[in-house]
Design a protein. Structure first.
Length: 258
């Protein structure tokens, strides 16, 4: 009775209480050590981490060709999980590409990125909402500061032991680094975690065509920021893409390229 009342009260306030399924618990147990290793270096929810782990495991088991790419790596946690799953299930190493400013995120654009983005800037930063490519000072202070190139190298090459020959760091604003990318080849997993409209759109424009049929396109912030959702919806519509957006948690969605 008390349990039901508590459940109803939580559901009324927008929360969902569910028992973990046996399959979920099985995956959680299998990925436990890897997730524990990268947990201090990521903002991702448990659902997002488990889904990512499962997607890499699938790529390794089926031999889906292509590299792994993340745009928006911060301290490297989600990339680290891809590296660890490759080390565990892959017979060979995959090339992993990391795109990030490796400093604070750039400003959102008040005209497209929505109320949540604007409120976060007001609350955590002295920066603006002009959409300019300039760092939002202080925005990551409550998360232990921005990700750095050195910090990512320490995690991936030092803690995880991934061969540095299979890691490519693209430091700078996506808008400046992506047009310079030439020989990235095929992509098995494209993970976009750059929060804003412009950051998401530019990645889709430069990298989507490289994703192999059957490859994954993961959008971390689809449910979080209006601008990210707008960028994805526009890209899908303008390119006539048939994409069913699979639900991971309240923010994250992915689709499989047809
Ligand atoms: C939410 S964090 C990424 C979280 C990370 N994937 C994790 O595992 O926790 C977003 C990152 O995207 C980067 N970013 C966003 N827009 C960018 C842009 N236009 N150019 C370069 N980096 C960008 C930020 O600097 C930040 O490091």
């Amino acid at each position: 009775m008390l349990k039901d009342a508590l459940k109803r009260a939580l559901e009324k306030s927008g929360y969902q209480v569910r028992k973990k399924s046996p399959l979920y618990r099985e995956l959680e147990t299998e990925a436990a050590a890897e997730i524990a290793t990268i947990r201090p270096y990521t903002m991702l929810s448990q659902e997002r981490l488990l889904t990512l782990y499962d997607q890499v495991r699938f790529c390794e088991h089926t031999g889906l060709p292509g590299c792994y790419v993340e745009c928006g790596v911060w301290k490297g946690g989600s990339v680290g999980l891809m590296a660890l799953a490759n080390l565990r299930y892959g017979r060979t190493r995959r090339m992993i590409h990391l795109f990030d400013s490796f400093q604070e995120i750039c400003e959102p654009d008040v005209l497209v990125d929505g109320a949540r983005a604007v409120n976060e800037v007001k609350k955590h930063s002295t920066g603006g909402v002009s959409g300019k490519l300039q760092p939002l000072t202080g925005i990551y202070d409550s998360f232990g500061g921005p990700g750095t190139l050195e910090g990512n190298k320490d995690l991936l090459e030092g803690v995880i032991g991934y061969d540095p020959g299979f890691l490519q760091y693209h430091q700078g604003w996506f808008q400046e680094t992506l047009p310079l990318v030439k020989d990235i080849g095929e992509i098995a997993i494209l993970r976009l975690d750059g929060d804003w409209y412009a950051s998401t759109k530019v990645c889709l424009e430069h990298l989507y065509d490289k994703v192999v049929t059957g490859g994954f396109i993961i959008i971390d912030d689809y449910g979080a920021y209006d601008g990210c959702r707008k960028a994805v919806d526009e890209f899908i519509r303008d390119n006539g893409i048939k994409a069913y957006l699979s639900y991971v948690d309240m923010d994250c969605r992915y689709w499989i390229k047809q």
